[in-house]
Design a protein around this ligand. Structure first.
Ligand code: GLA
Length: 406
């Protein structure tokens, strides 16, 4: 077959863009887990341009931008109607200046702009969905300056998830503006097995809620506390890596849990190399919330360039769980999690607990090397692995250490 004929066939099949490039996801956009903020956890459908502008301001003034947060993402319910040609417009009451002006505002702050849609006929909040309008919407988003798209899975009866998400990926690619593509089908169709080349992150569970251990039953569906989310999906770490991440959902830090629970939630998300997408009101944060969200040494665990998702090494040492994450240059993060309602004392003999991780090919063996210990929340050096670690972990809280090879 002549090359031009092959190109025309591939274009008709939607696999090739007009300038002859094979459709793919935008590469190199999420080498470390994306960091940003999303409106849903705190505001649900109560979104408008003033609140989004103020949130962008607060991301800068709180120090979150400096700490690495980038994306301001408007979740469901920004939508107005489609016009007679099928183009989507924002709700004119809530976004009277339009999306382009809003994205320009966000960009002028040195931040990036994100939006939400859904593979179904309508979004989960009942607004117009993307089905049948994928290429048209992608062009619209590019014209607005969108840098991040979260794509949901409500009202998708009969759709094949791989096909639906690949169509939107190809549409974004054809529109030509690099976009982080966040797949949100709650892990129902095991996206970790097929989404590596489709999106940059994929939700692995249903929605999070602001409690540490609970399940909230909404009738036909439930939302889940921090530990419920973690317990629901195991053995997924081999699917994550630079450019493609397991997403246990947006953060609930600052939304009502205790400071210790918030600290534990944030630490575990960092151990899991999870996207760090704030879900609280950035305009009204306590000092404790800012301190958690902007702790750069803890964020450094999440953003480590090795891109290895961590794992639970042991679920009962002196009543504590021990979570570990291999880091670049042979370092490790070690997190002692106390899920009890009382403080737990620990005397942890490093030489007794050898971690060897097939996935990274790394081991943590204090009989072979000495590591210095840094308490990442207290921001203090606390000795080496040559002596047992003696510590007390408050109830529903963590001790998070970084181990550096000496
Ligand atoms: C789904 C998603 C949530 C949020 C809502 C919006 O439940 O999982 O994260 O986007 O829809 O309606």
């Amino acid at each position: 077959m002549r090359r031009t004929n092959l190109c025309i066939l591939l274009m008709i099949a939607g696999l090739l863009t007009h300038d002859g490039v094979l459709a793919q996801k935008f590469d190199g956009l999420a080498r470390t887990p994306p960091m940003g903020w999303n409106s849903w956890n705190k505001f649900q459908c109560n979104v408008d341009e003033q609140m989004i502008r103020e949130t962008a301001d607060a991301m800068v003034s709180s120090g979150m931008k400096e700490a690495g947060y980038q994306y301001i993402v408007i979740d469901d319910c920004w939508h107005g109607k489609r016009d007679s040609l099928g183009f989507i417009h924002p709700d004119p009451q809530r976004f009277p200046s339009g999306m382009k002006a809003l994205s320009e505002y966000v960009h002028a702050k040195g931040l990036k702009f994100g939006i939400y849609s859904c593979a179904g006929i309508t979004t989960c909040g009942g607004r117009p969905g993307g089905r049948g309008h994928e290429y048209q919407d992608a062009v619209t988003y590019a014209s607005w300056g969108v840098d991040y798209l979260k794509y949901d899975w409500c009202n998708t009866g009969g759709l094949n998830p791989v096909g639906a998400y690949t169509t939107m990926r190809d549409a974004l690619f054809a529109a030509g503006r690099p976009v982080v593509f966040s797949i949100c089908e709650w892990g129902d169709n095991q996206p970790w097995t097929w989404a590596k080349d489709v999106g940059h992150l994929w939700r692995i569970t249903g929605d999070i809620t602001n409690c540490f251990e609970c399940e909230v039953n909404h009738g036909s569906w439930s939302s889940w506390g921090v530990m419920k989310i973690i317990e629901m999906r195991k053995d997924l770490r081999k699917y994550a890596g630079p450019g493609h991440w397991n997403d246990p959902d947006m953060l609930e830090v600052g939304n009502g849990m205790s400071v210790g629970e918030d600290r534990a939630h944030f630490s575990l998300w960092c151990i899991l190399a999870a996207p760090l997408i704030g879900g609280n009101d950035l305009r009204a944060m306590s000092k404790e919330t800012v301190d958690i969200l902007t702790n750069r040494e803890v964020i450094g665990v999440d953003q480590d360039s090795l891109g290895m998702q961590g794992f639970r090494y042991n679920n009962d040492i002196n009543g504590l769980e021990v979570w570990v994450k291999p880091l670049q240059r042979g370092d490790w993060a070690v997190c002692f999690l106390n899920r009890n309602l009382k403080s737990q004392k620990i005397s942890y003999n490093w030489s007794k607990y050898i971690v060897s991780d097939d996935l990274s090919g790394m081991s943590l063996n204090s009989n072979e090397a000495t590591y210095s210990l840094r308490d990442l929340w207290k921001k203090k050096d606390v000795g080496t692995t040559q002596k047992p670690l003696v510590a007390e972990v408050p109830p529903m809280d963590v001790l998070l250490l970084r181990l550096t090879k000496q």
